[in-house]
Ligand binder design. Structure first.
Ligand code: 571
Length: 315
């Protein structure tokens, strides 16, 4: 609708950095989504000593309709406003022959769901990552969501597919990477309920898929599902159930089962996030503190056991 369009463009001019396209060099294609592509690029340094910046350039496909354009720009505006180590930074926008490009922090590890599926041992169907590494990924995202909760910003689409990794190595950091619908929509993760937009119902609590009521507490429910994705190395939630059956199953109190390698205390946290009553669910502040403590415990256990085995080896 027009005022939505006016709002997004009007707001845009005043509050986001516009970068001249002569300073942007676009290189390889990183990923392609339903609404556009993401390229690896370089932002050429202003000073002569050429301190260039590695960036990701997100471009809307020409065929995208006007509303997608607005959603795309609004996503840039939202990301540009947020400043947090677990939220992908937006450096600004650039307009080139009629379309817009969003300049974003380069995340070389790709999306979290693909990473989890690629780090699963095919034989054992178990993760090749240590429990402390899985806990750190969950803690990174919980930290970003705690920041959004403090700003009373509801994400509405918390899931591993929307998170990105700085790199694939052991010092990887997970960040929230997608706030709009300009995402690689993996259609099987979404479900079109009669007459509404595509809904990620496997990540939604009853009050959201029954009444369309979203809040930070529905983000908490989704984060519980995200933790389940992390500990199952990227399974689709409620395997074997069709979308309609998922809603019936959950409404009747059905819940995801404990993943094989998941510590009981973490599964208890997931179930806490899946309480029917929103007031019973934890805040992200509580979730984040719990994950930091549990991560430390597993880290010390693991390195203790490593020392232990090192001692054995050295003795
Ligand atoms: C084994 N290899 C490892 C490396 N690999 C990649 C695959 C994809 C990427 C990639 O898209 N990186 C991105 N950096 N910044 C942004 C990105 C996407 N963004 C977006 O805004 C995208 O819309 C988005 C957002 C969240 C999740 C997915 C996509 C912003 C990087 C490496 C390919 C497989």
């Amino acid at each position: 609708n027009p005022n939505y369009r006016w709002y997004s463009h009007r707001l845009l001019k005043g509050t986001i950095v516009e970068i001249d396209k002569s300073q942007i060099q676009i290189n390889t294609l990183l990923g392609r989504g339903a609404f556009g592509e993401v390229f690896r690029g370089i932002l050429l340094g202003r000073e002569r000593n050429g301190n260039n910046t590695d960036i990701a350039v997100k471009r809307l496909s020409k065929c995208a309709d006007e509303q997608s354009q607005d959603k795309f720009l609004l996503e840039a505006l939202i990301l540009f406003k947020f400043q947090h180590k677990n939220i992908v930074k937006c450096l600004g926008i650039s307009s080139s022959n009629g379309g817009y490009m969003i300049l974003l922090e380069l995340m070389l590890g790709g999306d979290l769901k693909t990473f989890l599926r690629n780090t699963k041992d095919k034989q054992t169907q178990k993760s090749t990552l240590k429990v402390s590494e899985l806990l750190r990924l969950a803690g990174d995202i919980a930290c970003g969501l705690n920041y959004l909760e403090s700003l009373h910003f509801v994400h509405r689409d918390v899931a591993a597919r929307n998170c990105l990794l700085t790199n694939l190595g052991p010092n990887r950091v997970a960040k929230l990477g997608d706030f709009g619908l300009a995402k690689d929509i993996l259609l099987h993760d979404y479900y079109r309920k009669e007459g509404t937009a595509l809904l990620p119902i496997r990540w939604m609590p009853p009050e959201a898929f029954l009444e369309g009521y979203f809040s930070s507490k529905s983000d908490v429910w989704a984060f519980g599902v995200l933790m389940w994705e992390i500990f199952t190395s990227g399974f689709i939630p409620y395997p074997g159930l069709q979308n309609n059956d998922v809603m019936t199953f959950v409404r009747k109190g059905g819940r995801l089962e404990i993943p094989a390698i998941c510590p009981q205390s973490i599964y208890d946290l997931m179930c806490w996030c899946w309480q029917n009553d929103t007031v019973e669910r934890p805040s992200f502040q509580t979730i984040y503190k719990f994950l930091v403590i549990t991560h430390k415990k597993f880290q010390s256990d693991e390195c203790f056991s490593n020392d232990q085995c090192n001692e054995d080896r050295s003795s």
